[in-house]
Design a protein around this ligand. Structure first.
Ligand code: FE2
Ligand code: FE2
Length: 266
């Protein structure tokens, strides 16, 4: 008997236990490659104010996060902990993009399942490195804002693609190179190596978002350049702020017009 893609993805999305979640995700990928899935929409699509995540880390507003110097052992681990948290959330973001939008083409689900797998791999890699520094994921507090944008964009895949991959994940492209330099300056070779892999893969994730954003614009006869700006204006709470990594954004499918526009933002 076939399994339903959306039900299976929902189960993985809501799973709280780290190891079970990773196992469910590998199963999803195996079932996908064996063509086990049917794509029948579920009767209802649940809103997910909080996706499945372990009880720890405790989530706090960004202003309450402890600031530690990278030079200290704790500061170093704290940077790795925050990256692990982002990667863990990214698994849920990718799964939600599948579950929530049930009338997209086959390739959309293939792409986002691929992203979910890479995020899980990133998470595991960063978690192991964090372990080597003497800490486990959950030992420190973490940022509570990451799921918010996902929840607020659960009504429309166009808005979701604009704000989650093309704004939040794209920000990762800007901030990772300076982070690589910092890790290099404290002699963390493995950290540098990991972040380089993350940066490379994240270009791909933003590119997936860009491709589906353009697909939906075309379907609705919208100008993607104008639409992106409208969505940022109407939905995005943060400031769109540089410095931007133009090279990486270009590789991730940002058009020359968009790059020129970003150049006007300080
Ligand atoms: Fe990632
Ligand atoms: Fe990503």
């Amino acid at each position: 008997m076939q399994k339903n893609l959306f039900e299976s993805v929902y189960r993985c999305l809501m799973e709280k236990d780290l190891n079970t979640k990773i196992t469910l995700l590998s199963q999803l990928q195996e079932d996908w490659s064996n063509d086990e899935f049917d794509f029948n929409p579920t009767k209802t699509i649940e809103k997910v104010p909080d996706a499945g995540r372990p009880d720890k880390p405790t989530l706090v507003p960004p202003k309450d996060l402890a600031r530690r110097r990278l030079g200290s052992k704790e500061g170093h681990a704290s940077l790795m902990h925050s990256i692990a948290h982002i990667e863990f959330n990214a698994v849920n973001l990718a799964l939600d993009a599948i579950y929530r939008f049930q009338d997209m083409p086959y390739e959309y689900y293939r792409d986002w399942l691929g992203v979910a797998g890479e995020e899980a791999y990133h998470f595991q890699m960063v978690r192991e490195h964090l372990n080597s520094l003497g800490y486990e994921y959950g030992d420190m507090t973490a940022h509570d804002g990451l799921w918010m944008t996902t929840y607020e964009t659960d009504h429309d895949p166009l808005v979701r693609m604009a704000l989650v991959p093309r704004t939040l994940e794209a920000r990762g492209l800007d901030v990772t190179p300076p982070m690589i330099n910092k890790l290099r300056s404290i002699g963390d070779k493995r950290g540098v190596e990991i972040l380089k892999i993350l940066l490379h893969d994240e270009i791909g994730h933003v590119e997936v978002g860009t491709r589906w954003f353009r697909y939906l614009c075309k379907q609705r006869d919208l100008n993607p350049f104008e639409e992106f700006q409208n969505i940022i204006k109407n939905y995005f709470h943060g400031d769109l702020r540089g410095p931007f990594n133009f090279e990486a954004r270009k590789q991730a499918g940002f058009s020359d017009e968009e790059i020129d526009w970003l150049k006007t933002i300080k």
